[in-house]
Structures are given as structure tokens and as C-alpha cells.
Design a protein around this ligand. Structure first.
Ligand code: ATP
Ligand code: MG
Length: 341
């Protein structure tokens, strides 16, 4: 039997998941779970303000797990893993730090942008926070996450690509200098590489408060869409560029009827379409997408001990793989000092 390729991907437990997570990543995970050995990681070590709000992290771990179950990930066929319960991650992060030049982190565009946001950006009204060391080094930990199960494929949103490149570079350096331990993992970006926010911002993101969450009820979704940014000001029958209107972008992403989308885009560009009508259509399609997720979520939420057990088992299975990798790493680095005499 040929060995199946492995997937490692993850999410930080910072709250419940939104449509950006779904379109950029989760949707792909659901599709790929049958053809790969999958490891889905809850990256609690990487929450940047971890120490400020541990209670929130604790709760978010289970919110994320419930969202994964809601979208249809199978915790028996795949491993759901809590990062800190496999402390091998901490060790591998330390060891890999030797092979990553500081300049590669300093150049990382995602890290730069996130760090600027964390520091409060240009906006003087935003409280400035010191950046913890753990934040600056989280990409190294992400490299360790991916290399830990010796993953071949990493399905993620576009913003993660610099980290995958860092991982490939680290694997190459390590394999070349020591032993061939790590496959060079490939990235796989979702159908919507970066979903815009309902406020029109370039990225739907919890920290910007511009999300539609997978667990939002039908009325919340309708309300958020009623207040959604509808592109530059325009009369109801004035043609516009569909790519400048988030409502049109969301329809393209979430209306399953491609012919309908093509026709709407055409009409929008030539004769114009009122946002009110588009918002109603979008509400209908989104609620159709989200309703089965809400039902699955509620079913699992009513049985948390079973959910907990699935995560516990997944983490245990993952640790077997992790310990195997660590043995290979110790061997490659010739770290078995006690075997010397
Ligand atoms: P948030 O900004 O809402 O806290 P995040 O980006 O910090 O979310 P992560 O745990 O870093 O959440 O990302 C989880 C996965 O979801 C990554 O693969 C990321 O690329 C993807 N993702 C997050 N937001 C979006 C988005 N708006 N569009 C596409 N993919 C996204
Ligand atoms: Mg992120």
C-alpha cells in the first residue's frame, strides 16, 4: 500500500470562525479530508495576546472545534490537535530557530503587517501595545507545526503564503545539511484567497469586527448584510464595477448558481442593480449555506464530552507521529549525547 500524503493546517483559537476562514481554508479542508491524512491544529501557542486573556483562549478552543465539526470535518478520519498538548512543537521550534536567518522574519510581509496592526498602526487613538517576543517568532512555530507531521500539503488562505515559503526554505536547509527528514510542503489556497470584510476592508477579520460568523443565526446574517458596504455611491440603476462592490464579490463566492452570478455581474456592469435587491439575494444564499452548519453545530454542542474525546484522541494519534519526527530530528542532529559512552 502506498502511503497517503499528509496535510497540516490550523487556526488560532481567537473566537468563532467566519466566512473568510470558510472560503479561504475550511472549504478546501472538507474536500481534501478524504484523500489525505489530515492534521487540523488549534494553534493556541500562537495567540498574540494569549497572556492577556487566557479565559477567552480556553473558550475559543472549543468554539473552533465546534465550527470545524459544523462545516463537516470528521474528527475520526482526521486528527484534531491542540498545539500545546503536543509540546514537541515547542522543542522543534527551538531547534529550527537555528536554521532560520533573522532577516527572513524581518522581511516577512504578513508578519510586518500584523506587527504594525498590533502596535496600533498609524492611528494615534489606538492604544499602543508592546509586541511580545512570542509574536515575532510565531512564524518559526508555524514552520515547526507544518514540519512536525512531515506534511506534504498545507491548505490555507493567501496571507499564509510567506509562512509556507519559510517552511520550504527551512526544510531544504535542514535536509541538505543533515538528513532527508522533511518533505518540502506545497501550499494550496482556497477558492477565495482573501475574502473582503462586510465593511469593504480588504480582509474579513475578527479584529476588524467586519465578519459574518459561521454560527450567526439567520436574523443576524440578514441584519449584517443590510448594513453591509455596497461599493462606491451609485444610483440604483447606474452601472458599476462588480469587483468594487463586496455584495457582488460575496455573491460570486457563495451563490452556487454560476449562471446566475454571471448574469448578475453582466447586468450590474451594464444597467446597474439596486443594492437592496442584491442584499436580499445574498442573505438567502448565505442562510442556505449556513443552515446545515448551524444544525450540525447544535448537535455537537449538546454533547461536549464526546467532542472533547474526539480531540483528545486526535491529539494522541498526532503525538505518535510527532515523537517519530523528533526521533528523526535528534538522530539527524546527532543529539543522542547519552549514547556516547
Ligand atoms: P482573524 O483575522 O479573523 O482573527 P486570522 O487570519 O487571524 O483570522 P488565522 O488563524 O490566522 O485567523 O487563519 C486561519 C486560516 O484562515 C488561514 O489559512 C487564513 O489564511 C484563513 N483566513 C482568515 N481570514 C481569511 C479571509 N478573510 N479570507 C481568506 N482566508 C482567510
Ligand atoms: Mg491570520
Amino acid at each position: 500500500m502506498t502511503e497517503r500524503e499528509r496535510i497540516l493546517t490550523g487556526i488560532r483559537p481567537t473566537g468563532s470562525l467566519h466566512l473568510g476562514h470558510y472560503a479561504g481554508a475550511l472549504e478546501n479542508w472538507v474536500k481534501l479530508q478524504h484523500d489525505y491524512d489530515c492534521n487540523f491544529l488549534i494553534a493556541d501557542y500562537q495567540v498574540s495576546d494569549y497572556a492577556d486573556d487566557i479565559a477567552h483562549v480556553r473558550q475559543s478552543v472549543w468554539e473552533v472545534v465546534l465550527d470545524w465539526l459544523a462545516v463537516g470535518l470528521d474528527p475520526e478520519g482526521s486528527n484534531f490537535v491542540i498545539e500545546s498538548l503536543a509540546p514537541e512543537h515547542a522543542e522543534l521550534t527551538t531547534l529550527l530557530s537555528w536554521f532560520l536567518p533573522l532577516s527572513m522574519l524581518e522581511r516577512n510581509p504578513t508578519l510586518k503587517a500584523e506587527m504594525a496592526a498590533l502596535e496600533g498602526g498609524e492611528d494615534p487613538s489606538v492604544e499602543r501595545k508592546p509586541v511580545p517576543v512570542a509574536f515575532f517568532t510565531y512564524p518559526v512555530m508555524q514552520v515547526a507545526n507544518i514540519l512536525m507531521p512531515r506534511a506534504h500539503l498545507v491548505p490555507v488562505g493567501e496571507d499564509q503564503l510567506p509562512h509556507i515559503e519559510l517552511t520550504r526554505e527551512t526544510a531544504r536547509r535542514f535536509n541538505h545539511r543533515f538528513k532527508d527528514v522533511f518533505p518540502e510542503p506545497r501550499a494550496k489556497v482556497g477558492r477565495v484567497p482573501r475574502l473582503v470584510g462586510i465593511d469593504g476592508n480588504a480582509k474579513m477579520s475578527k479584529s476588524r469586527g467586519n465578519t459574518i460568523d459561521l454560527k450567526d443565526d439567520a436574523e443576524t446574517v440578514a441584519k449584517k448584510i443590510r448594513g453591509m458596504y455596497g461599493g462606491p455611491p451609485r444610483g440604483a440603476t447606474e452601472p458599476g464595477d462588480p469587483d468594487e462592490n463586496p455584495i457582488m464579490l460575496y455573491l460570486a463566492a457563495f451563490d452556487p448558481d454560476e449562471a446566475e452570478v454571471a448574469e448578475l455581474r453582466q447586468r450590474y456592469a451594464t444597467q446597474g442593480l439596486p443594492n437592496k435587491e442584491l442584499k436580499e439575494l445574498l442573505t438567502k444564499h448565505l442562510n442556505e449555506l449556513l443552515e446545515p452548519m448551524r444544525e450540525r453545530r447544535a448537535k455537537y454542542a449538546a454533547n461536549m464530552p464526546q467532542v472533547r474525546e474526539a480531540v483528545e484522541h486526535g491529539t494522541k494519534r498526532f503525538r505518535v507521529l510527532a515523537q517519530e519526527t523528533m526521533e528523526m530530528v535528534h538522530d539527524a542532529l546527532d543529539m543522542n549525547y547519552l549514547e556516547q559512552y
